[in-house]
Design a protein around this ligand. Sequence first.
Ligand SMILES: [Ca+2]
Ligand SMILES: [Ca+2]
Ligand SMILES: [Ca+2]
Ligand SMILES: [Ca+2]
Length: 344
Amino acid sequence: MTRRLVRALVLLLLAPTASIALTGSSEAAPQPCTVTYSRTGGPIRVGPDAGKDHSWNPFTIEVADSRQVVDLDISYTIDFAAAQDLSVHLLGPKSGGALVPSVQTLNRGMATGGALTGTYTFDDEAGTRKVSGATNGPGTYFPATPASGLEDFPAVGSWSLWVLNYSSTVGGTLSSFSLTLTYATCDTDGDGVEDKVDNCVTTPNADQSNRDDDALGDACDLDSDGDGLAEAADGCPTVASSTPTGCPTAPRTAKLRWLDGRKRLQATVSSPVAACEAGARITLWKVRVHRDTKLLAVDASVAGRYRFKVPRGARYRVTVSSSYSPGQAECGKAVSRKVRVPRH
Ligand SMILES: [Ca+2]
Ligand SMILES: [Ca+2]
Ligand SMILES: [Ca+2]
Ligand SMILES: [Ca+2]
């Protein structure tokens, strides 16, 4: 067979596997636990707007996901020279268009001066530092009012960052804005099993099969039968065994009898594992007073049988050495009883 033909055959064999994988992955759309939504910003206009004491600069992100939000982080990149004159609030679907509830990342007057330049992230889990005083470098801050005020509500709808500028001389830029939402329910690998209970969070495994009943499903367990041998080194990766090959041991017996009608000596190897019978290596011995003589070694049939034609008027026995049947078992050794072949 040519190399090219072999390659073609291998590809042909692989083809059905690929289509099965595709079917599996179309079970459901992945729903990651945490999603970041971003948009570009725009200018922060010099205030105030007509009839107000500030300019109103809203930046809105529409979210289509209807899952419940359990954590909200807010981030924006800003360049503004009069930090004391700025309020930046986030309104979410829970706000219903009103300022309460909202999340105030910073309020007018919290900073006593200086500039806001760079990326600012507001996170309830970020410690206690708020924007305040004269120096507020880029980094992560605790918001002026907790982000939890907009949590525990479905994400779907408008999230609008209101940048309110109270300065009548200073303008600036909000170059980008993002929300990072963590959802109460998620299915990262899209296999229909929620992450909280999925035993392989990033590997689709709808069946959740778990041979060794540990924390990892078979699909992502590097030792799925739990016998201490990694999948690649385990001769029997689906059967736990403490043997060096990782395969179970299987006992074997050898029977020998004289078939008078056929004039043959029949050896039969038996085992609970068929692979330990099929093709078993059988050695035929002639029984002698001091030391038996090895006559022949043969491979048994698929059924574990072999019929020997032997000189008559002697005694015989067969032995089977222990052997390893890859992917099946470690097959035990066996010795038959001694059988006399009559002279006539
Ligand atoms: Ca999974
Ligand atoms: Ca497992
Ligand atoms: Ca194993
Ligand atoms: Ca094993």
